[in-house]
Write a protein that binds this ligand. Structure first.
Ligand code: ARG
Length: 486
């Protein structure tokens, strides 16, 4: 359709190399509503007559209803396809006016922004659901004692709620990143033209308003060529996926026979084709695997854009499929992780046993010695010797006898006092004593769950308002279209 200057058509192989039509189905709807807003604006500014407007909008509405028929030529992209179908339905004298004062360059930027805007709103709702499930599961597990790890070695006594809350906080930051990005995505590039604007009397603010945008990407060079918002969207998704991947990794380890801290519901596991006993955590493994892919999409977007001269370059066409795949993966991953958490069996006895069998109270014991005015370094040394003694005699710290403690000839504290402190320092006393803000301590669990739950209620409201604003604008656009096609 566009090749008048070039004369002959592209051959099939070249055309399919150039065409993005297969990647464009995700933006077909947005291309249509973007065109509707544009046409209404052209009419309001006397660039289209009422009858021309009516004919074009009617044709667009038919296409919106899903009637995008296979054309008799292979289009370069969805923009060419839709314009050619409108021309076919209304004649060149009407449909031929639709592309007045715009270019495919501002058009594709618009479509991508509309699509990402919707995807962010879906992601935000999924994030809220997942965080809320984490908080609910945390609430049920404030007394589920478990070991905390560093280097995957037992470190301190903890509770399962503390672990779950750490991921609620990570996902709250993901949510915050998407919320702040939303403002940068929700800006209209439409009317920027190919790169330098137009001499025709258009009203960019009016199309922005019709499509529910908060403002414009004002500079027409910036509007048509930047994809920084795409990189940011995929980067936020990659960070969020990385969080989900780390959680998946913990759950994979903890559901192994050696740990048996948790059991995944059958719905989230797969059998082996040969070993009848197997219950593999494939879904969590796939979350790890798909995270790598999203990181790959980010790399692909950044390497595509980093060397582009200013103004639209066709390289930009290649980043679209990375966006669609990122959205699909991130949204599905959140839904799956949420359901997996809701259906999780927590083996509380096993977790507690693993905690009690180790030397996880070592630091708590050293801190109790600090309270006896012993310098921390000396306390660290004393407890280190006690742990070595217990380890060599295959005992727990609490099983050490007074005579064994006396054999260490510790100078800083009387052996009887030390013996008494060892007996007093238990897993549960440690959790009660742990009062520092954000710690695994019992009182901190209740405080943190309450605070996060309240925060989530407020966030839920903001996300709903954001979503409602888009819906309201699009309903208004629909009404305008209805009136003009009557
Ligand atoms: N199919 C193109 C894309 O997806 C649309 C813009 C084409 N613009 C152009 N001047 N060739 O990016």
């Amino acid at each position: 359709m566009y090749r008048s200057r070039l004369g002959k058509d592209l051959d099939d192989i070249t055309l399919s190399y150039v065409s993005s039509i297969k990647d464009d189905s995700d933006i077909a709807f947005y291309d249509i509503i973007g065109s509707e807003a544009h046409v209404i604006m052209l009419y309001e500014n006397k660039l289209l007559s009422k009858i021309e407007t009516k004919k074009i909008l009617t044709a667009l509405e038919e296409l919106k209803g899903g009637n995008i028929s296979q054309p008799d030529f292979e289009p370069e992209d969805i923009h060419e396809l839709i314009e050619s179908l409108v021309i076919k339905k209304t004649g060149i004298e009407n449909g031929g006016k639709m592309h007045t004062a715009r270019s495919r360059n501002d058009q594709v930027a618009l479509d991508i922004r509309l699509k990402i805007r919707d995807d962010i709103n879906i992601l935000l709702q999924c994030l809220i659901e997942t965080i809320s499930t984490l908080l609910k599961t945390a609430q049920e597990n404030t007394k589920t004692i478990m070991p905390l790890y560093t280097h995957l070695q037992q470190a301190q006594v903890g509770v399962f709620s503390h672990y779950l809350l750490s991921y609620a906080d990570s996902l709250l930051r993901d949510l915050d990143r998407f919320m702040s990005l939303y403002g940068r995505v929700n800006q209209s590039p439409l009317g920027a033209g190919p790169v330098g604007g137009t001499s025709l009397p258009i009203d960019r603010d009016s199309t922005a308003k019709l499509l529910g945008f908060a403002s414009l990407v004002e500079n027409s060079i910036d509007a048509t060529s930047t994809r920084d918002f795409v990189a940011e969207y995929v980067a936020n998704s990659a960070i969020m996926m990385t969080n989900l991947s780390r959680l998946s990794e913990d759950f994979i380890i903890w559901s192994s026979a050696e740990f048996s801290f948790i059991e995944l519901s059958d719905d989230f596991t797969s059998p082996s084709s040969v070993m009848p006993q197997k219950k593999n955590p494939d879904i969590l493994e796939l979350t790890r695997g798909k995270t790598s892919q999203v990181i790959g999409y980010l790399t692909s977007i950044l390497t595509t854009t980093k060397g582009l001269p200013s103004g639209y370059g066709r390289d930009l066409q290649q980043i679209k499929s990375s966006i669609w795949s990122t959205s699909k993966t991130s949204i599905t991953a959140l839904i799956i992780i949420k359901s997996m958490l809701s259906d999780l069996t927590v083996n509380q006895e096993r977790m507690q046993k693993a905690t009690e069998e180790g030397f996880l109270v070592a630091l708590d014991l050293a801190e109790n010695l600090v309270l006896e005015k012993i310098p921390f370094r000396a306390a660290h040394n004393i407890v280190g010797n006690l742990v070595q003694l217990a380890h060599n005699s295959k005992k727990l710290l609490s099983e050490l006898e007074l005579s064994e403690i006396e054999s260490l000839r510790i100078k800083d504290i009387k052996s009887t006092k030390l013996f008494e402190l060892i007996q007093k320092t238990t897993v549960s006393s440690s959790l009660k004593q742990r009062k520092s803000k954000g710690s695994a301590g019992t009182s901190e669990q209740t405080r943190m769950i309450g605070q996060r739950t309240r925060k989530l209620v407020t966030l839920k409201k903001s996300v709903k308002t954001q979503n409602d604003n888009v819906k309201k604008s699009l309903t208004f656009l629909e009404k305008r279209v209805k009136t003009l096609t009557k």
